[in-house]
Design a binder for this molecule. Structure first.
Ligand code: AMP
Ligand code: GLY
Length: 436
């Protein structure tokens, strides 16, 4: 089977790497891809906004499956266009992708299906939003309804800050995405990511992870797309995973099907583990980046076969197989990120680049490019250096050993990815005090 993969980030490199290991793969194309993906696929130029051009390409190359990495083409209905041309695609339809594309849509669905989440109000004018603040206590959680590249959430510590943020949001700070603003109850607890794959009827869990959204060590500073991640997330105990499936994922899939918009693809639930149990913070209609990198390091199944079965509504109900080991990704970003990143900096992967999965580290490319035959940085997040170990402590050591083998003077990374879990592991391994 020929496969077309859409996207150009570290997530897509991880998907390309695993798809290339699927026995059923004949040829993998990636659009636009990146220099890392080019090791596993033929990279081509294709405008994903031009659905007719994508369909024509698929027909001309006998593409049997399209895998869509990022959210924008999903929300834009590319899956609908492909399905109309009988081309199987992994990912939700435009209607189903509203679970990521509209915060208000998801909140209303949670209310209807009795899914645990924070209390909320949808507002469409500044006056309405200001008035709604009175129903909440600080800190105030304000969210642009639509896609805002991960930047549409403001947590304001007092009412004046909240009012100022609302004024900017309704003034077009996030464009159309901010035409509506959802005000939400602030949830307390530890955050964790839970993944499930569904074809609209059958649902299987697909691993857990925790990421580090903030740019600075100790989880400080501005938010980014993610500076690192690890899988599994030990805080999501088997009991909590079972609750997440029963109380959040299954009711969502059922509610989407009864609303006439069955959800197919990967469902990425951002959860807050509160004192009352797991509550939904948000849904994404795609894999996370860099969460996908750690999941793909651990996934033992045939990715192409699983994705095709999902796209055709024939998903196997057996639980997917993940290695027991821990995987950890350290993101190396270009200086300036998440503001304006320095572009064009030279990268020498050294010994880290020669290694190839398994126990050794795997370097996933994100914002890289080839210039005059040499690898350079071309984006904010540049590399996802990923390694495995028996626990987070070991995986972290292996990942930083690989980071240290890389020469990237205009880059930086956090040195503490996994710190919460490393501290917990040190705690459990410390010998108990001897009784007197
Ligand atoms: P989102 O884009 O909805 O995932 O929000 C980005 C981040 O804001 C989340 O990862 C949380 O850290 C935080 N956040 C969002 N909603 C809430 C909430 N209701 N309570 C507490 N923190 C939140
Ligand atoms: N790392 C967060 C995300 O992909 O949404």
């Amino acid at each position: 089977m020929n496969i077309l993969l859409l996207g150009s980030g570290g997530r897509e490199h991880a998907l390309a790497w695993r798809l290339a290991q699927s026995p059923g793969l004949t040829k993998l194309y990636a659009a636009p891809g990146n220099p890392g993906i080019a090791q596993d696929a033929e990279c081509i130029t294709l405008d994903v906004n031009d659905h007719t051009a994508v369909v024509r390409f698929c027909e001309s190359r006998a593409i049997g499956l399209v895998v869509i990495g990022p959210e924008a083409p999903l929300v834009d209905g590319l899956v609908d266009s492909l399905r109309a041309a009988n081309i199987p695609a992994f990912g939700p339809s435009r209607a189903a992708a509203q679970l990521e594309g509209s915060k208000g849509f998801t909140k209303d669905l949670c209310r209807r299906a009795n899914i645990p989440t924070g209390a909320y109000v949808r507002t469409s004018t500044l006056e309405q939003a200001r008035a709604a603040l009175s129903g909440f206590a600080a800190p105030y959680v304000l969210k642009a309804d639509g896609l805002a590249a991960g930047k549409g959430v403001v947590i304001a510590s007092n009412r004046a800050e909240a009012e100022a943020a609302l004024a900017e949001m309704f003034d077009g700070q996030f464009g159309d995405a901010g035409a509506e603003v959802v005000i939400e109850e602030f949830l307390k607890g530890e955050e964790a990511s839970f993944f499930a794959v569904t074809d609209g009827k059958t649902v299987v869990p697909f691993g857990t992870a925790q990421d580090h959204k903030q740019v600075g060590e100790g989880d400080t500073g501005p938010n980014t797309g993610g500076m690192g991640a690890y899988s599994p997330a030990q805080v999501l105990t088997p009991e909590l995973q079972a609750r997440a499936m029963a109380e959040i994922i299954h009711p969502t899939v059922t509610a989407m099907a009864s609303a006439g918009m069955p959800y197919s693809g990967v469902l990425y639930a951002g959860l807050m583990l509160t004192a009352e149990g797991p509550k939904l913070i948000e849904y994404n209609a795609r894999f996370g980046d860099p969460e996908c990198q750690v999941l793909m390091m651990r996934y033992r199944g045939d990715l192409a076969a699983m994705m095709l079965a999902c796209a055709k509504g024939e998903l196997d109900a057996a639980e997917p197989d993940f290695a027991d080991e821990t995987a950890l990704t350290v993101v190396m970003a270009a200086k300036g990120y998440p503001g304006t990143p320095t572009k064009g900096g030279a990268i020498d992967l050294g010994a880290a680049g020669a290694s190839n999965g398994g126990r050794a580290a795997k370097v996933f490319h994100a914002g890289t490019a080839m210039k005059d035959g040499a690898l350079v940085a071309s984006g904010g997040r540049v590399l996802g250096v990923t390694a495995t170990g028996k626990n987070v402590t070991e995986a972290q050591q292996a990942a930083y050993a690989a980071v240290d083998a890389i020469t990237f003077p205009t880059g930086f990374c956090r040195r503490d990815i996994g710190w919460k879990e490393v501290a917990r592991e040190a705690e459990t391994e410390r010998p108990l005090p001897r009784p007197n």
